[in-house]
Design a binder for this molecule. Structure first.
Ligand code: NOJ
Length: 706
């Protein structure tokens, strides 16, 4: 239904609603937080939304809602962030961070679509994804949920994913609502301590954190989630400037805003800016939050506040109009459950997509010629994450967020671990396996056992990383070194002198300077989803070529953070006395099984097209991700040493050359000035194109902009 009709439909409902019914629409109930009877009572009251309820439980609630006076259907939300992963039958895709390695927006778009089909089949309507926070401090627990450190890449990938979830029309049978979260600057909390204060100015918010949300609005994202934290001491839940002036007036957001989990209550308990629930409810609603997640006490407090005039009816009506208009646009008022196809949950097509996605997410960072691995007769597969599906899946699956039956959290097939993938792919080789140690030393290590297993092998594949206990909310880390005996395991195996590939299966960059320097090959796999192990084995065998690039920089040492590529310059080079100036790996890095050369960088000031010729200088076909960066040479405020502005992919046969175009826009050249205005300041700009964000990988051209 188009926006105009949806608005009219919402308006006619609003006119018939009592105060209680309006406030109920603004209340979102956590199914896990109440008994079945309570859930049905909330449905009878007309609660606008429930979260974390699946299938028949959701259907029962919906039936109750449909039999209320106005029969307004409940909107069901779920964290389907890399697939409909809280449903154990679903296709489990790679994490957002892994998806970002593809530098291919078509991928999150397809994953968004597949996820929407699965969510819709479960009778649900809304996913709390994508995450548009930036991961500029890898100590943060939620790095895996992001598209990495760069605003432009996150915006491109996020907007594509939103288009996948929401389809061409929200009322298509298999479209669901997307949610741009967490608004805003949540990933930059001080010290990477989850949900603490973010000490940045509004200028910085606009320059760094807002662009992905702007892209989300251009993609017509239907909902936005308010972050937990605070910005310079003002809880985001109460931040009228970002919730109203920036989001509504400037970005033109027309959908509804939902708070994050119990944000209203946190105004009292964690943030100490409200005295009681009525105070918190009034302030959260007045600031522009339309729906309150999980805080059911909001209902009575807000009804009372409306009656005694402390909460304005105008504000309540605005919020309810936002919610009902989205419900109407989604088709929910006509179809409480989408008339979608059945049999899509975990279907073969989605499993094939999960494999493609895992392949595109692999990043080869070192290779002294060991890979592709040919002719090995006996291969040792070693390490704590070689056969651990939980580590491979990462956060936000039925392991980490069990829903209805928390005791039944055994892994459910189909999935393929690295060990299994190696067996599938290297059919002519003998595969020996030893775990060696735990990621966190929960069980005794057996380093000698691992060494004994590896002796006599032609190759070692060592799979290291982190575990699901080391990622997610409340799991920020002060030290990003490999934990447990993983480094010791690496050293002992390395001492054997057998060709060794290290695979890093982790939720985020870890500090692995020894592995990077000494392994024969290094592959970063992050959390690759159900087919992650198969994809890794295929890459090692050369059945597929590595195409991934890093969407996030890797520090050499935790104390070297921040190491994001788009820093501002410092007087003394911004270098620590005891650390190198450069990160271990920079944004955009990643090798293939061939090499590329760049030439003829040119710019057309009329069309703003940057062109560059790329030549495959190796012996085999390969795909390059051509990256463009820009530097403003003299500006009224300091600007980053480089800013990522465009990318494209090109596949070339051995020896082949092609000239590729990278379209820039006026916006690419803009900055946020001291008055918080987005402007292009005339003068010289350096345009760069090449293989990664590293200076040595880029050709540079000076241009003038009027
Ligand atoms: C809290 C998380 O911060 C958010 O990302 C998630 O969507 C909600 N809980 C609902 O589970």
């Amino acid at each position: 239904m188009n926006k105009q009709d949806a608005h009219a439909r919402a308006e006619s409902l609003l006119k018939q609603m009592t105060v209680e019914e309006k406030i109920a629409q603004m209340t979102q109930i956590s199914y896990a937080g109440c008994t079945r009877e309570e859930a049905l009572m909330w449905a009878e009251r007309g609660a606008g939304s429930f979260l974390h309820v699946l299938g028949d439980d959701a259907r029962e609630i919906q039936q109750t809602a449909l039999h209320t006076r106005l029969g307004i259907p409940v909107l069901f939300g779920i964290d389907a962030v890399h697939g409909h992963c809280l449903n154990r039958d679903a296709a489990i895709f790679p994490s957002q961070l892994s998806m970002a390695c593809s530098f291919n927006p078509e991928l999150p778009k397809k994953i968004g679509r597949a996820t929407a089909e699965e969510v819709a089949e479960d009778g649900l309507h809304w996913t709390f994804a994508p995450v548009l926070c930036l991961a500029r401090d890898p100590r943060w627990g939620r790095v895996d949920e992001t598209f990495g450190e760069d605003p432009y890449l996150a915006g491109e990938m996020g907007a594509a994913m939103i288009r996948g979830f929401q389809g061409d029309q929200l009322d298509d049978p298999e479209s669901i609502l997307a949610c741009a979260k967490h608004y805003i600057a949540y990933g930059e909390a001080v010290g990477a301590r989850d949900a603490c204060d973010t000490e940045v100015t509004m200028r910085k918010v606009r320059e760094v954190f807002l662009p992905p949300f702007r892209k989300a609005m251009e993609a017509d994202c239907a909902t936005v989630m308010t972050a937990y934290g605070s910005l310079d001491g003002t809880p985001l839940t109460l931040h009228e400037e970002v919730l109203k002036r920036v989001l509504r007036d400037e970005l033109g957001f027309k959908g509804f805003v939902v708070t994050d989990w119990d944000n209203v209550n946190s105004l009292i308990t964690n943030q100490h800016v409200c005295a009681d629930m009525e105070d918190a409810s009034v302030k959260a609603a007045q600031a522009g939050n339309d729906m309150m997640m999980r805080t059911k006490e909001f209902y009575e407090a807000a009804v009372a506040a409306c009656k005694d005039g402390r909460l304005s009816m105008e504000q309540v009506d605005t919020a309810v109009m936002h919610i009902l208009t989205v419900k109407a646009e989604l088709g929910l008022l006509d179809y409480p459950e989408k008339p979608c196809r059945k049999g899509r949950i975990g279907c073969e097509e989605h499993r094939a997509l999960a494999l493609d996605a895992a392949r595109e997410g692999l990043v080869l960072l070192r290779n002294n010629g060991m890979l592709p691995l040919k002719g090995a007769k006996k291969i040792a597969v070693i390490g704590p994450n070689a056969d651990d599906i939980r580590a491979q899946y990462g956060d936000w699956t039925y392991f980490t967020h069990p829903m209805n039956n928390p005791d039944e959290t055994e892994p459910q097939r189909p999935y393929t671990t690295v060990l299994e993938g190696m067996g599938n792919v290297f059919t002519d080789a003998e595969i020996v396996y030893h775990k060696g140690c735990d990621v966190m030393n929960r069980t005794p290590s057996d380093l000698e056992g691992a060494v004994a297993a590896a002796k006599g092998c032609d190759a070692i594949v060592l799979v290291l990383g982190d575990t699901i206990q080391q990622a997610g909310e409340t799991h920020d880390r002060a030290d990003l070194s490999l934990t447990g005996d993983q480094d010791a395991l690496f050293r002992k195996l390395r001492a054997l002198g057998i060709p060794m590939t290290v695979v890093l299966m982790s939720s985020k960059p870890l500090c692995i300077p020894a592995e990077a320097a000494e392994a024969d090959a290094l592959v970063v796999a992050f959390n690759g989803g159900m087919a992650g192990g198969q994809a890794i084995a295929e890459l090692l065998a050369g059945k597929i070529a590595p195409v991934g690039r890093l969407p996030i920089s890797f520090p050499v040492h935790t104390g070297q953070i921040p190491v994001y590529y788009n820093s501002l310059t410092g007087w003394h080079g911004g270098k620590y006395e005891d650390q190198p100036a450069e990160p271990l790996f920079a944004f955009g890095e990643g090798l293939g099984y061939t090499t590329f050369a760049y030439s003829d960088l040119a710019f057309d000031p009329e069309t703003l097209q940057l062109t560059v010729t790329v030549t495959n200088t190796g012996d085999v076909e390969g795909t390059e991700t051509v990256q463009a960066y820009l530097r403003d040479v003299v500006s009224s405020v300091m600007t980053p040493v480089k800013k990522f502005v465009a990318f494209t992919k090109v596949t070339l046969n051995a020896g082949e050359s092609k000239t590729v175009s990278l379209p820039l826009s006026r916006e690419s050249f803009s900055l946020i000035n001291a008055k918080e205005q987005q402007v292009v300041e005339p003068g010289e700009f350096l345009l760069m194109a090449g293989h990664s964000s590293k200076d040595a990988d880029l050709l540079t051209l000076s241009v003038q902009m009027a």
